[in-house]
Design a protein around this ligand. Structure first.
Ligand code: SF4
Length: 73
């Protein structure tokens, strides 16, 4: 075991993605980037990353996590 995680191409991006969502995390693998959602606790597919970048404010997962943090749920 090398301890290195290899991700399929559906997750890998050639650019560093950005999102205003505080649960959006950028990680690196093999000289590429991938996004990780701390709410869903999993890497995000490229098609989802675009939504996190552009429409993060309306993401239901983000809203739910924020409400849980505030003790509403
Ligand atoms: S899926 Fe939602 S909660 Fe997760 S990183 Fe994207 S915008 Fe944030």
């Amino acid at each position: 075991m090398t301890g290195k995680l290899l991700y399929p191409k559906i997750f890998l991006l050639s650019y560093r993605p950005k999102s205003g969502c505080k649960y959006f995390e950028v990680r690196e693998s093999e000289g590429m980037y991938y996004a990780y959602c701390k709410v869903l606790e999993r890497p995000l597919q490229r098609s989802v990353v675009e939504k996190c970048e552009r429409f993060w404010e309306t993401c239901p997962f983000r809203k739910m996590a924020a409400r849980m943090e505030e003790g509403e749920l």
